[in-house]
Design a protein around this ligand. Structure first.
Ligand code: ADP
Ligand code: MG
Length: 570
């Protein structure tokens, strides 16, 4: 069985192509999204998904989230003594959970997957994602760009004519805008832009600040450590209140601190007002994607909303204002990417309903060199950025530019390579430099040619040539190498497989207990006593070890917590 997987920064989801359509597969808790979170329990057990997300508030030091941001880097996350993981290993744990939940649901083994990645992921990040799949015991049939997947979920590939979509993806912590085009059966990501520090969490922070300001008097004299614990709790409440506001006119943050319960009500109007600066930041990437993709607003077939944070009415209104029309109706925004991956998986299974789709890659950043300019008055301005390969160029790409020495008698020309979009090199990222000797002309200036070749593997070749002498120099920019041998991969897979990971039904119980513990910490008085009693009851049933009674008790326990928290969990 081949599945489609959205391996997200905040949440992941798995879907399958069945009965002629893509369908999401619920996890062992019955939820359609599995938090991309991993946590290490006191007894060395590794928890994945909701159980881990719950522990983020109570055990932040032992919990990892948002590791997708680290994909393709060498960064390691320590969850406890002897438990150090690379980003792809953490991702592998999430993928393994999705795989086993899907197998339990489908009643058959899942061996292959289409996994989605952001359109701007470079080759290193893509390779890391592939490796995560392999570590999880999946054959990664292909990596699919997230905006392409979203467009497939909307049925873009079923259109007969060429058309263009704008995919507006606001997730937990990232904002991605892409122009996706269908032309003669080929889907292409024409342009992508975004803000990798903008998402639902930033809206939470607005509410956190609002709450802390309002409660300043009650919260005086906090130590740094306490402040952190408090913030985590307020943040959790902000998330809750913000979600509530997607279907209700307002929300309440309720936090227990020491012996008091602090409450703060936020109205929809107030929230909209607070959100203004964030909503304003949505605009620029949209304009940039349209500009880079050379697409006119009125030529867009549809604006596709993706990402859980686009469920917020304030965001929907901002989108409607921006485009002068309502976004298209489609699948749930946080499920679209996984569904699209399943469409691609179905296509692989040669389902007659689908056409072949081919994707191309684009270079996500502008690459160029530093140059200097002589002003009319003879003075020299240095540190200017001259692009050679512009961002969103389809790769592989090779481009050159010709430069000249600055002054007669110059013996050497040095080129420093930068990546970025700013006009001053100081604001971009330096990648390396190369020098080439030039003949010291007494009068005129010498020309030097610089060629950039950027291949599909994220390798940048910089060739510098002096036509007059035939002198050449080359610089190779590999970025960080994070390749490991098959033997090392096998070894890491063995280590991961040997981790103590509770079976699905136990993990569901752990998630319920973790939630109960968090609620206990959160509430006071009667409610706290009630939660304590519920926890003890549930623990008694767990001690009885009767799977059927445990399942019934867990469902009951979760419902009671839903009632106490005023929000359903799934
Ligand atoms: P990612 O792509 O980052 O993995 P998602 O697309 O699942 O994540 O989006 C997660 C974000 O969506 C979170 O910030 C969450 O608060 C937000 N979200 C989910 N449901 C709602 C809702 N009903 N109302 C408001 N925000 C929501
Ligand atoms: Mg996403």
């Amino acid at each position: 069985m081949i599945v489609g997987i959205d391996l997200g920064t905040t949440n992941s989801a798995i879907a399958v192509w069945r009965d002629g359509r893509a369908q999401l597969i619920p996890n062992s808790l019955g939820a359609r999204l599995t938090p991309s979170a991993v946590s290490l329990d006191e007894d060395g057990t590794v928890l994945v998904g909701m159980a881990a997300r719950e522990r983020q508030v109570t055990h932040p030091q032992r919990t990892a989230t948002a590791f997708k941001r680290l994909m393709g880097t060498e960064r390691r996350t320590t969850l406890g003594p002897g438990h150090v993981y690379s980003p792809e290993e953490l991702s592998a744990l999430v993928l393994r959970r999705l795989k086993s939940d899907a197998e339990a649901h489908l009643g058959e083994p899942v061996a292959e997957a289409v996994i989605t990645v952001p359109a701007y992921f470079n080759d290193r990040q893509r390779r890391a994602t592939r490796r995560a799949g392999e570590l999880a015991g999946l054959k990664v049939e292909r990596l699919l760009n997230e905006p392409t997947a979203a467009a497939l979920a909307y049925g873009l590939h079923e259109r007969d004519q060429a058309c263009q979509f704008l995919v507006f993806d606001l997730g937990g912590g990232t904002f991605d805008v892409s122009i996706v085009e269908l032309f003669e059966g080929i889907i292409e990501v024409r342009a992508s832009a975004g803000d990798n520090r903008l998402g639902g969490e930033d809206f939470n922070e607005l509410l956190v600040e609002e709450f802390l300001n309002a409660q300043r008097a009650a919260l005086q004299g906090l130590e740094a450590g306490e402040r952190e614990v408090l913030r985590a709790r307020v943040r959790e409440q902000a998330e809750r209140a913000r979600r509530a506001m997607s279907s209700e006119p307002g929300g309440t943050l309720r936090v227990t601190w020491r012996d008091r319960t602090l409450e703060h009500v936020v109205t929809a109007e107030r929230f909209e007002k607070l959100s203004e600066p964030l909503l304003a930041r949505l605009r620029e990437p949209v304009l940039r994607a349209l500009r880079d993709g050379a697409v006119r607003l009125d030529r867009l077939r549809e604006v596709v909303l993706v990402g859980g944070a686009t469920r917020m009415p304030v965001v929907r209104r901002a989108v409607t204002r921006m485009f002068g029309r309502f976004p298209g109706a489609g699948p749930n925004p946080d499920e679209a990417v996984a569904l699209g991956a399943a469409v691609q998986a179905g296509l692989k299974g040669r389902d007659a309903a689908l056409k072949e789709v081919v994707m191309t890659d684009v270079c996500p950043y502008t690459l160029g060199v530093d140059t200097a300019e002589r002003r009319a008055d003879g003075s020299v301005r240095t540190g200017l950025f001259t692009p050679i390969i512009e961002r969103n160029t389809v790769v592989p790409a090779s481009r050159f530019k010709t430069f000249a020495t600055m002054r007669p008698g110059q013996r050497v020309v040095r080129f420093t390579v930068y990546q970025g979009e700013a006009p001053a090199v100081a604001d971009n990222i330096e990648l390396g430099s190369v020098e080439v000797p030039v003949p010291a002309e007494e009068t005129g200036l010498v020309t030097v040619q610089v060629r950039f070749t950027y291949d599909i593997n994220g390798l940048l070749e910089v060739d510098v040539q002096v036509p007059k002498t035939g002198e050449t120099r080359q610089l190779l920019i590999l970025g960080q190498q994070s390749d490991i041998s098959p033997a090392q991969l096998e070894e890491r897979r063995r280590v991961l497989a040997a981790l103590k990971i509770p079976p699905r039904e136990m993990e569901a119980n752990r998630a319920a207990l973790a939630r109960g513990t968090r609620c206990y910490e959160q509430f006071l008085g009667d409610r706290r006593a009630q939660i304590g009693e519920l926890l003890r009851q549930f623990e008694r049933v767990l001690d009885g070890q009767d799977p059927r009674r445990i399942e019934a008790a867990r469902t009951q326990f979760m419902r009671s917590l839903d009632a106490l928290e005023g929000e359903s969990y799934l």
